[in-house]
Design a protein around this ligand. Structure first.
Ligand code: GLU
Length: 309
């Protein structure tokens, strides 16, 4: 078995120096000023040993990685009824695409494209005030990461709200089909805020541990979801977690993973480890470029791909 600490050191050193860094997301003005020269990684193995490298303690905007946790929370609240509102097929389209929604009568392809995640947020919101729903999501992340200091970056949330024209269009379009129940402003307010939660790699890898261990956090013994549900969430991460780059991610990395336009990726090596990487520069599909490269090296060297060594 290769030495994980050494592998992470090698990867962190290489990623700090590589010239191909991708481009930071600039459609959310607050993210446009992030320094692309940063790179962080945290890996937590089955015994709870934490291995970190680079800027693993620097908080970043988790953006769409939050969709894994809102999906988990919504499934806990409404169970399989969720699948009446959202599909679970890869979209093969960009994360903020509108075309597919029209063809499919307002029902989003999966819970990880923006339209699907907005519909999931709307389910969590139903029967609650926006503040309560947001509090629920934030507390869930704090509980999973065992860290009550995790917070929302209000400037990022406000910045996205000011320029969230596409997401507003998606939400209004779904509302016209009855897929969104609450006032569009409320649903989007909660959505923008949960995307604006700031975490570092270590916190994110801790929060993802239940997905690597059959729904249970081995550190606390708490069962977060059933083993069956964890397996299914992982399946959706594998097929839909990187938008229209999901096939490439499966091909190169071979793990369930979810990316965000802040440059973070949460990846799950079932039975082995929970992994978070962060590099703010994105590829053309909106996924962290060096994050993917780092994960490809990690899975190859450790033999962790779910498809074999
Ligand atoms: N808050 C972002 C948006 O809705 C999330 C996109 C992403 O991280 O991929 O545009």
């Amino acid at each position: 078995m290769p030495d994980l600490a050494l592998v992470i050191r090698d990867i962190s050193e290489e990623m700090a120096q590589r010239p191909d860094r991708g481009a930071v997301a600039d459609y959310i003005p607050e993210l446009a000023g992030i320094d692309p020269n940063q790179f962080g990684i945290a890996v937590i193995d089955g015994e709870g040993q934490v291995f970190t490298g680079g800027d693993s303690e620097t908080p970043f905007s988790i953006q769409s990685v939050s969709k894994v946790f809102t999906l988990t929370l919504a499934l806990g609240m409404v169970g399989d009824r969720l699948w009446r509102r959202v599909g679970r097929e890869p979209s093969g389209n960009p994360f903020n695409s509108i075309v597919q929604l029209e063809r499919e009568r307002g029902v989003p392809r999966n819970p990880f494209i923006n339209a699907g995640a907005i519909a999931v947020t709307d389910l969590i919101l139903s029967g609650h005030e926006p503040r309560e729903a947001l509090g629920e999501i934030l507390r869930f992340l704090q509980f999973l990461a065992q860290d009550p200091t995790i917070a929302i970056d209000e400037r990022v949330a406000a910045s996205e709200k000011r320029t969230g024209f596409r997401n507003t269009a998606l939400a209004n379009y779904m509302k016209s089909f009855g897929v969104i129940e609450n006032p569009v402003d409320y649903t989007l307010g909660v959505y923008f805020h949960h995307c604006a939660i700031a975490m570092n790699c270590r916190q994110l890898a801790t929060a993802g541990r239940f997905l690597a261990h059959n729904g249970r956090n081995p550190a606390t013994g708490h069962s977060v979801v059933s083993a069956e549900r964890a397996r299914r969430i992982n399946a959706i991460m594998l097929t839909c977690g990187h938008y229209d780059g999901s096939g490439e991610f499966a091909y190169r990395v071979g793990l369930p993973g979810k990316s965000g336009v802040g440059g973070g990726i949460l990846a799950v090596a079932p039975g082995k480890a929970s992994i978070a990487v962060w590099a703010p520069g994105l590829d053309t599909a909106g996924n962290s470029h060096l994050g993917r490269v780092a994960l490809e090296q990690l899975t190859q060297r450790m033999g962790w791909s779910v498809f074999g060594v």
